[in-house]
Design a protein around this ligand. Structure first.
Ligand code: ZN
Length: 115
């Protein structure tokens, strides 16, 4: 028996597609923000340190966003397969609650916490 109904899969697919668009926009903005700070720019020392700190944070967010983008793209490839929505550790259903929020999930909440 499939763990998710066709209707649930359809709404998950729509969410993935929306998330992909949002993420791609976010990544584009972050890439602009993480351009190297030129050494001769007229920022003061403190402002410059702040800018570098901010850039560090942006780089982290960019990495995470790119990872999530890959996971979401994988999820959309898996969505029509029987293992979609099934935990790869315990093979129990992940459940629409979690899949609806994080459609890229491959583990149920219990296994994700242990992992
Ligand atoms: Zn599990």
């Amino acid at each position: 028996m499939p763990s998710l109904t066709q209707k649930e899969k359809k709404s998950i697919k729509e969410k993935i597609e929306n998330d992909l668009i949002r993420l791609q926009e976010q990544i584009k903005i972050l890439k602009e923000k993480t351009q190297p700070i030129s050494p001769d720019c007229s920022l003061g020392r403190l402002t410059r340190l702040e800018a570098m700190g901010e850039q560090h944070v942006n780089n982290k967010v960019l990495d995470e966003s790119e990872m999530r983008l890959i996971r979401l793209k994988n999820a959309i490839l898996r969505i029509d397969k029987p293992m979609f929505g099934i935990c790869i550790e315990c093979e129990e259903e992940i459940g629409i609650g979690r899949m609806g929020v994080r459609p890229e999930s491959v583990r149920c909440l219990v296994c994700a916490k242990q992992h």
